[in-house]
Design a protein around this ligand. Structure first.
Ligand code: ATP
Length: 350
């Protein structure tokens, strides 16, 4: 298979497996985000792909060539990979152009070719006007662009990024997500991207691999992972989801403390514990009782700009978040009916 393939990768620190029999394929030209909480093994996986960590078991291949297996690791400098870190790792005494040129000179390019190439990649990351600045005179986002330009100049076959935006402020992070996506579409370098920020993964990736305890627990497009989380862990991690614990009565109906909720998707063992997952924007205020309509008490109303988030609680202890347009009227009395449309309810094993 072409692209990057990880087969049964296990990496241990002492007795603990940081990466545990992990299987993953990054298709040629795709940007795949490894997404997961702190300590789940993302960085160790990335470092194994870079050749900086040797596997205890399993293999890493690119286009069928074995790059790593126990006892045989192709050195990082022979992998044609570039790595971008959260600390930009720029040479402080060299200008923007100098930082990019340095990598090219190491590759053995002559000075005319270096000049052409530097100009080309600095244009690509929109830094051509700042070629003569030192890193200390750049913003965080601009410094990150220099690191990206330097990586692109190396014409890597694989690009590895480890939390590349985590040192930037929120506004710049949002801007740089779009920039990274634009650069990926322009250059199409097969990319493995590590982050714990689900919004970053959604905005930049072709594919998202959610990691838990050293393994991939779900792989899909951002849309698939968001709309159809495979487990309560994924639903919780992707964030912004109401999770209601109950028992599966059969036929997709979950008893949540005396309230029967019908779910159109998902699965759980019959008579076993189950969780109903529903996004806040799918929960609605209802005018009349009906299927999946629950009586609740309004306990919170928070203005969030384009939407207002309401918090409600039912008599049986279900708490829910829902959003309404911020210009919609907030129910005057504290008593409300909320509708959880079955089509938006997904049943997960509890
Ligand atoms: P983060 O998002 O916090 O960087 P991560 O998902 O990238 O986390 P890793 O850095 O790969 O996770 O770490 C996975 C596990 O391996 C953690 O339990 C960590 O404590 C452990 N670990 C990582 N590096 C070492 C090391 N050099 N020696 C011992 N244990 C380590």
């Amino acid at each position: 298979m072409s692209g990057l393939v990880i087969e049964g990768l296990t990496c241990r620190y002492g007795d603990a497996a940081a990466v545990d029999a992990l299987d993953l394929a990054v298709p040629d030209g795709a940007l795949l985000c490894l997404l997961g909480p702190s300590g789940c093994g993302k960085t160790t996986t990335l470092r194994a792909v870079a050749g900086l960590v040797a596997p205890d078991a399993g293999r890493i291949l690119r286009d069928g060539e074995v790059l790593s297996e126990p006892g045989r690791v192709l050195p990082p400098e022979r992998r044609r990979m570039a790595m971008i870190f959260q600390s930009y790792a720029l040479w402080p005494h060299m200008t923007v152009a100098g930082n990019v040129a340095y990598a090219l000179k190491l590759k053995g390019l002559g000075s005319a070719a270096v000049g052409t190439e530097v100009a080309k990649v600095l244009r690509a990351v929109r830094l051509d006007a700042l070629a003569d600045r030192l890193p200390a005179d750049l913003s965080g986002g601009q410094q990150q662009r220099v690191a990206i330009a330097r990586a692109l100049a190396m014409e890597p076959r694989t690009l590895l990024m480890d939390e590349p935006l985590s040192n930037l402020d929120a506004a710049l992070r949002e801007e740089m997500r779009l920039e990274l996506r634009r650069l990926h579409e322009a250059h199409g370098v097969t990319t493995l991207y590590v982050t714990h920020d689900q919004a970053e993964a959604m905005a930049t990736a072709d594919l998202v691999a959610v990691m838990q305890a050293g393994r991939i627990v779900q792989l899909g497009t951002p849309e698939e992972v968001y709309a159809a989380p495979a487990s309560a862990f994924v639903a919780r991690f992707i964030g912004g989801t109401n999770l209601i614990a109950g028992r599966h009565l059969g036929g997709g109906v979950v008893d949540c403390g005396g309230v029967a909720l019908a779910c159109a998707s998902g699965s759980a063992a019959e008579d076993g514990s189950a969780i109903v997952a529903i996004r806040p924007h799918a929960v609605m205020l209802a005018a009349a009782p009906g299927q999946n309509v629950i009586a609740a008490r309004l306990v919170r109303s928070t203005f969030l700009g384009p939407v207002r988030e309401l918090g409600v609680e039912t008599a049986c202890g279900i708490t829910l978040r829902l959003t309404i347009p911020s210009d919609a009227a907030v129910p005057g009395s504290g008593e409300v009916l909320v509708s959880l449309p079955p089509a938006a309810c997904r049943m997960l094993a509890g």
